[in-house]
Design a protein around this ligand. Structure first.
Ligand code: CO8
Length: 258
């Protein structure tokens, strides 16, 4: 869609692709860029033909963080009155699965953006980190909260307190990314995964995403109860009947998303 200034958004079959496109500043996340990401994913959320979404950057940078030049002069009253960064979290309201395909730098807000997605796939040259401490500030968009859940306290503290980075292999070992692939194959691999997800019942996929994400908020007992109720709900769908019947009849299921 050519109406965007800082991103490219296109449909590739059943996959919605968002490419961050502010190369001169390594995809630094300005307010304008974040608004455009939010608008694009909302359009994909509403589009019945789209089953999953990929967010990617360039080979050099997924995103090198919040736009430091934009933030430099912000005062506390500005930040508080405008609830700076609040709009960033809109991405987590999208119910379709989102894959972050990360080549190059995913630093500060860039790492936080990747962590707001459901799955992170990394190219071999990817670099993850929360270097805000070097700028006299701290992560402001979930970095202190999501990183600890992804990689545990000791590693999360190291990243946040020292500004040290993780390379792709370290990030995979720590559990931050689901797989590492050669740089030039990143988008192909991400697309394959996105297409696979999009090939299932969209209704069931959304329920699965909601159930996994509930674990962020609920105790184990409540989470297991929530999961069981969602599981029960699938038996009220056409697609559960179709999926199981197709297995029994040894044929490919046809999903109706209902
Ligand atoms: N903001 C603004 N401009 C940036 C940013 C950024 N985060 N990162 C890079 N740029 C610009 C550079 O200023 C430079 O512009 P110019 O050509 O006009 O001088 C251009 O991009 C190229 O960058 P470099 O010349 O520095 O490229 P290098 O290859 O030498 O280095 C690095 C690449 C290591 C990624 C380096 O650019 C760097 O350290 N960038 C800053 C990384 C960083 O500190 N990120 C954290 C930002 S703070 C943050 O995210 C707060 C999070 C709060 C929540 C999210 C809020 C929105």
């Amino acid at each position: 869609n050519s109406s965007f200034q800082y991103i490219l958004a296109e449909k590739k079959g059943r996959v919605g692709l968002v490419t961050l496109n502010r190369p001169k500043s390594l995809n630094a996340l300005s307010d304008g860029l974040i608004s455009e990401i939010n608008s694009a994913v909302k359009l994909f959320q509403e589009d019945k033909d789209v089953g999953s979404i990929i967010i990617t950057g360039s080979e050099k940078a997924f995103a090198a963080g919040a736009d430091i030049k934009e933030m430099e002069k912000v005062t506390l009253p500005d930040a508080y009155n405008n609830d700076l960064l609040a709009q960033w979290h809109d991405l987590t309201k999208i119910r379709k699965p989102i894959i972050a395909a990360v080549n190059g730098y995913a630093l500060g807000g860039g790492c936080e953006l990747a962590m707001m997605c459901d799955i992170i796939i990394a190219g071999e040259k990817a670099v993850f980190g929360q270097p805000e401490i070097k700028l006299g500030t701290i992560p402001g968009c979930g970095g202190t909260q999501r990183l600890i859940r992804a990689i545990g306290k000791s590693k999360a503290m190291e990243l946040v307190l020292t500004g040290n980075n993780l390379n792709a292999i370290e990030a995979e070992k720590a559990g931050l990314v689901s797989k590492v692939v050669p740089v030039e194959e990143l988008l192909t691999e991400a697309t394959k995964m996105a297409e696979k997800i999009a090939s299932y019942s969209q209704l069931t996929v959304a329920m699965a995403k909601e159930a996994v994400n509930a674990s962020y908020e609920l105790t184990l007992q409540e989470g297991i109860r929530f999961e069981r109720r969602m599981f029960h709900s699938t038996f009220g769908t056409h697609d559960q009947k179709e999926g199981m019947n197709a297995f029994v009849e040894k044929r490919t299921p046809t999903w109706h998303n209902k």
